[in-house]
Design a binder for this molecule. Structure first.
Ligand SMILES: C[S@@+](CC[C@H](N)C(=O)[O-])C[C@H]1O[C@@H](n2cnc3c(N)ncnc32)[C@H](O)[C@@H]1O
Length: 233
């Protein structure tokens, strides 16, 4: 079966884990995620889902802090790595599972959903709207989603998805290694905010952030479901 371009991270994780026995993205959680969870009232009872958890640097940290979190990724290698990290620090490895959010859904909803550096991997419009639909479908009434993507809100970029699995040189630690190219689409704020609106999601706040590990600057948006107004005569 043909792999989808957004599955190329699976190759990158395997290449780095096998040759370096280290995480591609390091192990530093992003302080912004916990700050926003707290700001919007998350506590140890709130149900939280991470989409595209990668090697688990945020999820493992939040599980250690007793948040009620589940974390998923389309990459089986990423989830294998997360489970291993979870065992090492004594948190529940069963909180991690493999799922392609563009082709699956869960039979439950969450108080919070967050996703770091996943949406910008989705290049095709159809896949991007699939991401927004997944978020909307899995948020509880009053639930909040925190979406972080690469970009400064001005720059635009769209990679060729047919090249996502090709090898490319990338800096890693103090050297250059060859890994799968993967994919990337950067959009302006205007475009990003319109995508949320079109998906029926209301943006509560949005800002640029320099604390997300691995990126010079990222765009962050906190959203909730836009409720349909009901008119009563
Ligand atoms: C750039 S990495 C970011 C990983 C992690 N959140 C981090 O901050 O290091 C993007 C992640 O999104 C995952 N991903 C891409 N498309 C996905 C999909 N359709 N469903 C679930 N995960 C997906 C990839 O496998 C990869 O782990």
């Amino acid at each position: 079966m043909n792999k989808k371009y957004y599955e190329a991270y699976e190759e990158r994780y395997k290449q780095v884990h096998q040759s370096q026995n280290k995480a591609w993205a390091g192990d530093k959680p992003s302080p912004t995620i916990e700050k926003l969870l707290k700001k919007y009232g998350a506590n140890s009872k709130s149900s939280i889902l991470e989409i595209g958890c990668g090697e688990g640097q945020n999820a493992v940290w939040l599980l250690k802090k007793n948040y009620n979190l589940e974390a998923s990724d389309v990459s089986a290698e990423a989830i294998r790595w997360c489970k291993q990290q979870a065992r090492q620090v004594g948190v529940d490895e069963n909180r991690f599972f493999v799922m392609d959010i563009l082709n699956n859904h869960l039979d439950k909803k969450f108080d919070f959903i967050f996703s770091v550096a996943v949406l910008h991997m989705l290049v095709d419009d159809k896949d991007r709207s699939g991401f927004f639909n997944f978020v909307k479908k899995h948020l509880n009434h009053n639930g909040k989603a925190i979406i972080v993507v690469m970009g400064d809100g001005k720059m635009t970029r769209k990679t060729d998805t047919t090249k996502a699995f090709e090898l490319a040189d990338r800096p890693f630690e103090n050297s250059i290694i060859q890994v799968a190219t993967t994919s990337c689409r950067m959009v302006t704020w205007e475009h990003f905010l319109k995508e949320f609106r079109n998906a029926g999601l209301k943006v509560l706040e949005h800002f640029l952030d320099k604390t997300i590990a691995g990126f010079d600057v990222s765009m962050v948006a906190v959203v909730e479901k836009r409720e349909r107004k009901r008119f009563v005569d």
